[in-house]
Structure formats: structure tokens, C-alpha cells
Design a protein around this ligand. Structure first.
Ligand code: GDP
Length: 442
């Protein structure tokens, strides 16, 4: 997701590097490139145009700061504008009682999976969710929800396969809920391949009966602008309060995420980033903007791993990364942690500069066997060497290779990669610091 957009932005910024100051001409050239990239990412035309106009106005209006290079200034402006485009702040759910969440969307968007993901997440936050299967068209959907509910240990109401009256199902589920000690209910509804009158009629009826505080549209990000028009349709029909964008892990070009807020006026509240229950996060515009600009999303990474590791340790590591103090001891503990976390790719994308760095790595550098080798190499270093890798010269390299059962070649490669990683982190850290300072000047 967002890979080609990130690349295009990077190339536009590169062209601005080396330019003494921002002028109408060089900013226009760079922005032309960005506009194309946005359209290629399937961002709505008017949204792209407005976005470019905003960036340009900001860039030309900025006071010239001697200490800030144009390319850096423009990254900050992009970051702010992207954040605004994605909705500004995260908007939490309204869970005041009686807390009812109705999930709507087309077939295949990820409604059932998302209902379970949301239930699991809210449960983790200490709430007591109940699930209700309201898809009377696809018995398989009812089974699917029941299976997921069991997996996450959340009570679920499933209607009889012969039931055809949706409002009756809803009524029965409310009665069932009285004996369940739940604090909120999530209703998984039926979808269609396309929006049709009958579906909308039924959803309206159910919506009127339940009067849910939250009606969440589940939209497949991979469908680009179509996802946006589907959101509009559902909003007109039943009035949605928010959006869950699914399949952000895929190779979708990102247009849906970027246009959604502006066109529908509704906040994106959550993001689905994989098939597993835990591949689900609150949608934070600022963090997403950081990921698009490849500035990393250390906060999300820390949250993702908080279950598996000590949170304080992780925060410390994140700070060390940003301040450029990262050494092989940090590297070792990060590797151990990362190895215990499953799929590496998505996670590593949250690190600053990782998209770019990954391209420089050999294609198999992220496989687990390689990581074991790397770990063995680091383990063969003395404490001093881990803290100050620059002292690892010829004979030390040989000793480390022997000790770890690897080769000098591998040791050399790791040291080189580590050096590059550190450099990248330092420059991204500087960028963040600078942005903070500039933020303070506004
Ligand atoms: P529904 O018809 O809207 O209820 O859709 P489902 O919940 O059955 O999901 C359809 C397919 O999309 C399933 O194979 C899910 O595993 C998959 N899916 C749902 N959300 C995500 C996501 O965020 N990422 C990925 N990669 N797959 C997803």
C-alpha cells in the first residue's frame, strides 16, 4: 500500500534537494509530479487538485528559514496536508449505552471479519462486546461469524437458518443480550455484490429499529474510487458514522484512503491490515501520513508489539532510534522481538526509511534464517563492540565470523547494513526534531 505514491513523493522531494530556496517554478515542477502520482494512486481528481493547491499555497507562503532546506520544508507541509486530508485526528467510537454498532458494506469488503476484529479489540480494551449475525442470505456468513466469535471468546447470537424477518432477529438478539452481561453489541449485516433497493430497504428497517450510535461502513481499500462512491451510497441510505478501510495491507494504490474523508465527510475510524484478527488498528491520520512519507510510524509499531514486549523498553528503543544512539544491543533485542512477531514486512514498513532501505537489501535479507545468522553474529561480539560497532575492524571481524559460525563476508555485510540503517535513522530523527521545532514556531 502506498509504495508507488511514496516513491513518487520521494523523487519529487529529491528534485527539490539542492535547490537553494523554494520558488514558484521549482515548487510547480515538483507538484506536477506529485499530482500525477496522486491520480495514479486513484485519488479523486478534485481532491488531488485541492491538495496540490493547498500545498503550493503553504509552500510559497512560508517564511524563508535559513536553517531549513526547501526539501525539508516541503516534507513538513506534505505531512501536515496529508494528515488533514486523512481526517486530522482519530475519531473514537461513541460507546455510550445502549452501545450498538451496525456494520454495513458490500459482500467481500470484510464485514464479518471486521466485526470480529472490532469485537476482539474492544474486548482487549476491557469492554464486553456481543456479536449478532444478521446476514439472513448467506448461512455461511453466520457460521463464519460464529467460528470467529468462538476463536476470540465473545458471545454470539445466531438466528435460525430458516429465519427471514430481520427485525425479528434483531428483537430476539436484544432479548438474548439481556442475559449476557455485555456492554456493547456489534451487528454484522448482509451485503450484496452491488447496492440494490432491496438491501437498502432492509438495512433501513434494521437501522430504524436498532437506532445504533455507530453505523460503520466496511470498505475494501483495493477498490479505490469505487469504495468512496459505495460509502456515499450507504451514507445516503442509512447514514453512516464512520468508515473501516480494509485490505490496506494489499497492493492497493491508496486512493480510497486519501479521498474518503474529503468526499464523504465521514471519518475513517479503523484500518484492516491483514486477514488475522489482530491485523486491525485504529486509524490515525498523522501516523498514516508519516508512513506515506516513509518517515516511519514508530508509535504504531510500539503499540503493535506492546503485547509481546515491555512497553517501556520499546519506547526507549524508539527514542534511541530517533536520536541516532541505536547500537547492536538495541539491534539484538529488536531482532528477537521482531522474530517473535510473525510477518516482518508490514512491521518493518513502520520503521523510518525502511521502504527505501529494504530496496537496498538483498531480497532474502528479511528471511528468518538470515536473521538467525545476524543474531549469531551480534551475539559473538563483545559488549564493547556492540556499543561501538565502529571499532570492529579486520581481526575482530574474523573472530566474530568464527565465533558465530558465519563468514567474514556475512559479518561485513551486516556491519554495512547496520551502518546504513543508523544513518537513515539519524536523518529521519533529525527531520522529526526539526518538524517539532517548526511546529512550535507556528
Ligand atoms: P464480508 O462478505 O464483507 O463479510 O467479507 P469477509 O469478512 O468474509 O471477508 C472477505 C475476505 O476478505 C476474507 O477472505 C477475509 O479474510 C478478507 N479480509 C478481510 N479484511 C481483510 C484485510 O484487512 N486484509 C486482507 N488481506 N484481507 C482481508
Amino acid at each position: 500500500m502506498f509504495n508507488s505514491l511514496s516513491d513518487s513523493l520521494d523523487s519529487a522531494f529529491k528534485n527539490l534537494r539542492g535547490q537553494g530556496k523554494i520558488s514558484e517554478k521549482n515548487i510547480s515542477d515538483a507538484l506536477r509530479e506529485v499530482r500525477l502520482a496522486l491520480l495514479e494512486a486513484d485519488v479523486d481528481f478534485t481532491v488531488a487538485k485541492k491538495f496540490i493547491a493547498n500545498v503550493k499555497e503553504q509552500a510559497l507562503g512560508e517564511k524563508v528559514m535559513k536553517s531549513v532546506k526547501p526539501s525539508e520544508l516541503i516534507v513538513k507541509i506534505f505531512h501536515d496536508e496529508l494528515t488533514a486530508l486523512l481526517g486530522g485526528d482519530n475519531e473514537p467510537l461513541d460507546l455510550t449505552p445502549p452501545a450498538r454498532i451496525m456494520m454495513v458494506g458490500l459482500n467481500g469488503a470484510g464485514k464479518t471479519t471486521t466485526s470480529a476484529k472490532l469485537a476482539a479489540r474492544l474486548k482487549k480494551e476491557g469492554r464486553r462486546p456481543l456479536l449478532v449475525a444478521c446476514d439472513l442470505y448467506r448461512p455461511a456468513a453466520i457460521d463464519q461469524l460464529a467460528t470467529l466469535a468462538k476463536q476470540i471468546d465473545v458471545p454470539v447470537y445466531t438466528p435460525d437458518a430458516s429465519e427471514t424477518d430481520l427485525v425479528k432477529v434483531a428483537k430476539d438478539s436484544l432479548k438474548w443480550a439481556e442475559g449476557q452481561n455485555g456492554t456493547l453489541m456489534i451487528f454484522d449485516t448482509a451485503g450484496r455484490q452491488e447496492i440494490d433497493e432491496k438491501l437498502i430497504g432492509e438495512l433501513k428497517e434494521l437501522h430504524n429499529f436498532l437506532a445504533p450510535k455507530e453505523t460503520l461502513l466496511v470498505a475494501d481499500a483495493a477498490t479505490g474510487q469505487q469504495a468512496v462512491s459505495v460509502a456515499n451510497h450507504f451514507d445516503e441510505a442509512v447514514g453512516i458514522t464512520g468508515i473501516v478501510l480494509t485490505k490496506l495491507d494489499g497492493d492497493a494504490r491508496g486512493g480510497a484512503a486519501l479521498s474518503m474523508r474529503t468526499i464523504t465527510g465521514k471519518p475513517i475510524k479503523y484500518a484492516g491490515e491483514g486477514e488475522k484478527i489482530e491485523d486491525f488498528t485504529e486509524f490515525h491520520p498523522e501516523r498514516m501520513a508519516g508512513r506515506i512519507l516513509d518517515m516511519g510510524d514508530v508509535v504504531s509499531m510500539v503499540e503493535h508489539v506492546a503485547d509481546k514486549i515491555d512497553e517501556k523498553e520499546a519506547m526507549k528503543a524508539a527514542e534511541r532510534m530517533q536520536s541516532g544512539k541505536f547500537d547492536f544491543n538495541d539491534f539484538l533485542s529488536q531482532m528477537k522481538m521482531i522474530r517473535s512477531l510473525g510477518p516482518l514486512d508490514g512491521l518493518l514498513n513502520m520503521l523510518p526509511g525502511m521502504k527505501k532501505l529494504k530496496k537496498q537489501l538483498p531480497s532474502d535479507a528479511l528471511n528468518t534464517d538470515k536473521m538467525k545468522h545476524m543474531e549469531a553474529i551480534v551475539l559473538s561480539m563483545t559488549p564493547k563492540e556492540r556499543e561501538r560497532p565502529e571499532i570492529i575492524k579486520g581481526t575482530r571481524r574474523k573472530r566474530i565470523a568464527m565465533g558465530s559460525g558465519t563468514s567474514v563476508l556475512e559479518v561485513n555485510r551486516l556491519l554495512k547494513q547496520f551502518g546504513e540503517m543508523r544513518k537513515m535513522m539519524r536523518s529521519k530523527g533529525k527531520m522529526k526534531q526539526m518538524m517539532k521545532q517548526m511546529g512550535g514556531m507556528e
